[in-house]
Ligand binder design. Sequence first.
Ligand code: ADP
Length: 408
Amino acid sequence: MPTRNILVLNSGSSSIKFSIYQATETERTKLFEGALDGIGSGSAAGKFWIKSWVPEKGGQPGDATKLVDETPTVPDLATGFSLVAGALEKRSLPHPDAIGHRMVCGGPTVTENQFITPELIDEMERYTAFAPLHTPAAIYIMCEAAKLFPGVPNFVCLDSYFHRYLPEVTRHLPIPAEYSAMGVRRFGAHGISYESIVQALQPNVPARLIVAHLGNGASISAIRDGIGIDTSMGLTPTGGIISGTRTGDIDPGVLLFILRKLADTAPDTNTAADQLEKIASKKSGLLGLSQLDNDMRALRQAIGEDNAHARLAVDEFVYVLRKFIGGYIAVLGGLDMLVFTGGIGENDTATRAEVCAGLECFGLILDLERNKQRGEATISTQGSPVTIRVIPPAEDLIIVEHVCRLLQ
Ligand code: ADP
């Protein structure tokens, strides 16, 4: 394979992340990375940065330099993408030979990572309701990237791809058949992160593995012999364990109660449904419980100041997570390894300690000294029957791998 520059684009409802890798037959080298956060947050400033890993003259490989560090106001996604596109051009970053796009879920008919065509976009657009906060933004960025770099092939990489082997009992949802026939089922999310953890564990992937991806969005998966067999998120990323702003699994009656309340004042059903979606996805979870913030760092600080709501929010987050871990141990028939990943999983040592406390009966024995480390580490004791590890996800690298494979 000739040397190629691969641009990875990863967009959410309020952020655009990107990176540029140089890929040769055998090596993948990160050249640039950047992110724009805070899109659509009113008059509040967002955060925009770009780092370069290309060594400066006399510099060491691995030393990153900051090329951009700004706090722009970004009212919408279109402004956000033009800011990113402008920076890509202005900074003369390498022209991409191919572009990989992260997509949470392409719907029931788009289940493979593949080359993006207008027909594929039309097909994925039919299922925006399956990841309403992510899919419209991802499709917008795919279309804009195609205009910005005409002739450059674009590929979609799906989070749901990792979960493609979910057995029928976890994939199928207990709803009337007519809705299942519309494609409503468990797709799961964070699949690219799970794939990167399994890859990082090669060639010794434990037979019975649980990975907890704890970021602003949080999920957990049971993985047997490297294959995902259960995962907490469902049709959409709103289900599962508690996330920063999402409910996670909740009695459907609660949603119906809120919907009926909203219907009292909303002009029509669709408006009420949109309002409910915002409540369940953007105002609940750690934010709703704490009435303060969705960010774990802010909650830990508030707990230090004896904020009872913040304490309850984190206690509930941990409690639900522990219940899922117990359930997945049952699903897997025991456990060989638990991996923490994502911003909270990698950095919040207190969450890891609180999750593991009391799980000794399952053979998970945390080493409190080792747990003080941040980033990649083994944090269980030497003799712990179950290994507990922290592994940062490498999602962009997985997307680059898929793009290279598809280019061939
Ligand atoms: P996402 O990619 O889903 O937006 P991340 O994986 O970046 O989220 O994780 C964000 C979460 O990680 C936030 O709740 C943040 O507070 C938490 N986090 C990041 N760094 C730390 C830290 N040093 N200590 C505690 N929590 C942290």
